[in-house]
Design a protein around this ligand. Structure first.
Ligand code: CUA
Length: 161
């Protein structure tokens, strides 16, 4: 049977696109997309995060070395603890590791004007380590839609001299 040259060309092109689309979806599900959920800080019981080894009572703690701090942040509808009613306070010239989890739905944790930005997923702890050299004030916002109060979910971070 004779297949026209252009018909064959289009058949090959269409098949290649199908393979490409399936590949993209698969890659998103098990490849780079899978890594978008940051559980570098391990897993916790979402109903009682502070009872787990990987999480502590929300707050600022001295780290393992001088000048290092660990900040445990609980995100929940519609606040950051600490952050919303009390600012997160860390000293300037410090290295800070944030440990962020959620105790209800998926939230975001972004320090405005920096590249600190992660999802806060129930049952998982995201960790981010950053250096703060200069004193300053930053806003915290939730950038994952989390319910009717999402737009009010914010807080502040103070880097104090
Ligand atoms: Cu929390 Cu949006």
């Amino acid at each position: 049977m004779h297949v026209h040259r252009f018909e064959r060309l289009w058949l090959v092109a269409a098949l290649a696109m199908i393979v490409l689309f399936i590949g993209t979806v698969t890659y998103g599900a098990v490849g780079a997309g899978y890594g978008m959920v940051d559980d570098t800080g391990g897993q916790v019981d979402p109903t009682d995060a502070t009872a787990s080894e990987n999480f502590r009572e929300p707050g600022v703690y001295n780290g393992s070395e001088p000048g290092h701090y660990d900040v445990y942040i609980e995100a929940k509808q519609f606040l950051f603890v600490p952050g919303t009613s009390d600012p997160v306070r860390v000293p300037a010239n410090s290295t800070v590791t944030f440990h962020v989890t959620s105790t209800d739905v998926v939230h975001g944790f972004e320090v405005v004007g920096t590249n600190i930005n992660t999802m806060a997923v129930p049952g998982q702890v995201a960790t981010i380590t950053v250096e703060f050299d200069d004193p300053g004030q930053y806003g915290l916002v939730c950038n994952e839609y989390c319910g009717s109060g999402h737009h009010t979910m914010e807080g502040s971070l103070e880097v104090v001299p």
